[in-house]
Structures are given as C-alpha cells and as structure tokens.
Design a protein around this ligand. Structure first.
Ligand SMILES: CC(C)(COP(=O)(O)OP(=O)(O)OC[C@H]1O[C@@H](n2cnc3c(N)ncnc32)[C@H](O)[C@@H]1OP(=O)(O)O)[C@@H](O)C(=O)NCCC(=O)NCCS
Length: 316
C-alpha cells in the first residue's frame, strides 16, 4: 500500500469513489436529490477542482495497482496569511466502499500522511468538517487529536405554495455594509469559535469572509418591512448545485438584523426574493446546532433540518 500524489491516470477511479463511497452527506440525506446527483455533487464541488485545476491537492492510496482511497486537502491561501499562522483544511476523505473498515486502516493512513505534509509546510491549524453521525471518520480524527470547534446544521426550504407577506420588500445593495462586517455573529465560521485565534485575528478573519468578491454569486439584500429597514441578508446562488440538479438552489449566508427578533422577517424576505428569481427553488441555511431560536424560526417558515455536521480542528 503506497500513498502518493494524485496523477492524471487516477481520475476515473477517484471519480468512481466519489459516486459510490458516500452516504451520510447533506446531499445524500435530502430526498430532493437522487443518490446519483449527490455523488456528482461531491465530485464537482470537492474532488474535481482539486484534481483538474489545482485548486487544492489530492493524495491517493494505491494498492494492487488500484486507487483504494484519496484525501483532498488545501491551504486557506490568503486567509492563512492573515493571522500570521498557517491554516489548512482537509476537504474530502474517502475510501472505496469494499475497502472501508477492512482492517487496512486506509482512512487513518491518508490522514496521517496529510498531517505530516502539513507539518512540513509549517501549518499550525487544520480544520475538517464531517457528518456528525460519521463515526468512522470521527474515530480517525479524534485519534489524530482533532477536537470539535463548531457543531452546525444544514436546513433547507423547498418551494411550495407559500405566500410571502406583501409588506416585505427587498432591495439589492452593493457590497456588504460596515455594520454587518463589524457584527460579532457574522457567518458560521469555525475559526471564530476557536480560542486558538485572538480577537484581533478573528476580526481579520471575519472581514476576509465578508470581503467583496469579484466573481461571487453573493447577493447582499436589504429587507424592508412596512417601509422600514429590517436589516440585511446575504444570499448566494449555489451555481454548481443548481446547474447539476436543475433546481435553483440558493444559500442564506447570513442575516443581520438590529436584534434577533428580526430574523424571521429577514429570512422570509430572502425566500420572497428567491420566489421572484425562480418558480421552483431550494434555499439552504446553516445554523449552529444549539441555535434553538433559529431552529424554531426556520421550522416555522417551512425549512427542514437535513443534516448535522461538526467542524474539527487540530493544532500542529
Ligand atoms: C470514513 C472513511 C474514510 C474511513 O475509512 P477506513 O479506511 O474504513 O478507516 P480506518 O479503517 O482507517 O478507521 C476507521 C475506524 O473507525 C471505526 N469504525 C468504523 N465504523 C464505525 C462505527 N460505525 N462506529 C464506531 N467506529 C467505527 C473502525 O473500527 C476504525 O477504528 P480503529 O481506529 O479502532 O481501527 C470511510 O468509511 C469512507 O470513505 N466513508 C465514506 C466517505 C466519508 O464519509 N468520508 C469522511 C467525510 S469527509
């Protein structure tokens, strides 16, 4: 069994593993997507960019001249430089279905090798997200000293015969207002939860995530309720997911109201806006798993909880 860098000839085998190895992800868990679509999304969103256009990198485990598993990893590039301490991530880990839990410890071996590469490159913090009920993956990560930094959930709204309030109107705005950038709760980012980073570093990280992006599908919106501003919503079109499934999929990336009671109006405003963009659509939103108030709001608006995740960190 050898671990080596991905080569062109591995492409079809890595792709096949993407389509067959996974079963617990937020796409596999949601009945709106077929298993085929879920596999295709894993490939298109996470593995293909690493093996075809050198965004991220890939190591494979080869045994008997076949790829038995792979790991996709990356550095946070610009973000990694901000705190002055290098950060990196494990983007995807998968072992061929027949080789999972085989006693060969392929998953462990891929993670060890990836961490040792990170160490050589002076990485100080590694993050990885995984399904909360993925006990095999968590066993591997806990044995390599990863610790939970953030528990979070994916909620999805699939359009139906909803009626959105007439009193709510939406206007697109240019860029993210300063009050949003400064707000503490901005975006669900595990780095903002980890005491590894100082408050000053966290502020830089927050600003980095909210920076205007040239080629982004991010739509910052202001929601007006009865003629008054209720706050802002960052809405993003999930282009790859939409293209691949034929369903228009959006994500609410953050809601920023003067107080938590505005959240319902803001999410409702975002849904209303999506209903003007597409007849049939899906809206996704991530919540901290312990955000009971948010869960009640989303549940009340017809969202369903589709997936629980944990983001783990490891200090090297
Ligand atoms: C997660 C995955 C990569 C693990 O690969 P693997 O080669 O089977 O992993 P290993 O054999 O090295 O280690 C798995 C460990 O989990 C344990 N395990 C497996 N299933 C388990 C379960 N249901 N409950 C508890 N422990 C479990 C194994 O006993 C083993 O423990 P050990 O360290 O004591 O031997 C593989 O199952 C996989 O590809 N899953 C689908 C893709 C995926 O979920 N990727 C992770 C998310 S990014």
């Amino acid at each position: 069994m050898i671990i080596r860098k991905f080569e062109e000839r591995d492409l079809e085998q890595v792709k096949a593993i993407c389509f067959s190895a996974f079963s617990l992800t937020a796409f596999h868990n949601d009945p709106v997507f077929t298993a085929e679509q879920a596999g295709a999304l894993i490939w298109e969103l996470y593995a293909r960019p690493a093996v075809t256009n050198s965004r991220n990198y890939c190591l494979v485990c080869e045994d008997n001249s076949e790829v038995q598993g792979f790991i996709v990893y990356g550095s946070y590039g610009e973000l990694a430089k901000l705190p002055g301490r290098r950060t990196a991530s494990i983007v995807l880990l998968a072992v061929k279905k027949e080789q999972q839990n085989s006693g060969k410890k392929i998953g462990h071996t891929l993670v060890y090798n990836c961490l040792s590469l990170f160490r050589k490159n002076d990485v100080k913090l590694v993050s990885v997200g995984t399904d909360l009920n993925n006990l095999a993956a968590q066993k591997i990560y806990s044995s390599t000293e990863f610790y939970p930094a953030l528990y979070w959930s994916t909620w999805r709204f699939h359009s139906g015969p909803s009626v959105f309030p007439e009193t709510t109107t939406i206007q697109a705005i240019f860029g993210v207002p300063e009050e949003v950038t400064k707000k503490n709760g901005a975006r669900l980012v595990s780095f903002l939860e980890d005491p590894f980073f100082s408050d000053a570093e966290k502020q830089k990280i927050r600003e980095w995530y909210l920076r205007p992006k040239e080629s982004s599908d991010m739509m910052p919106l202001e929601v007006m309720s009865s003629g008054k501003s209720a706050g802002f919503v960052l809405l993003e079109k999930e282009k790859t997911v939409s293209d691949l499934t034929g369903r228009q999929v959006f994500r609410i990336d953050g809601v920023y109201g003067p107080d938590p009671s505005a959240e319902r109006t803001l999410v409702e405003g975002a849904l209303k806006h999506c209903s003007t963009l597409a007849k049939e659509f899906t809206v996704e939103m991530f919540l901290r798993s312990d955000d009971w108030r948010g869960a009640k709001t989303l549940g009340g608006l017809g969202f369903s909880l589709v997936h629980n995740s944990v983001t783990l960190h490891c200090r090297l």
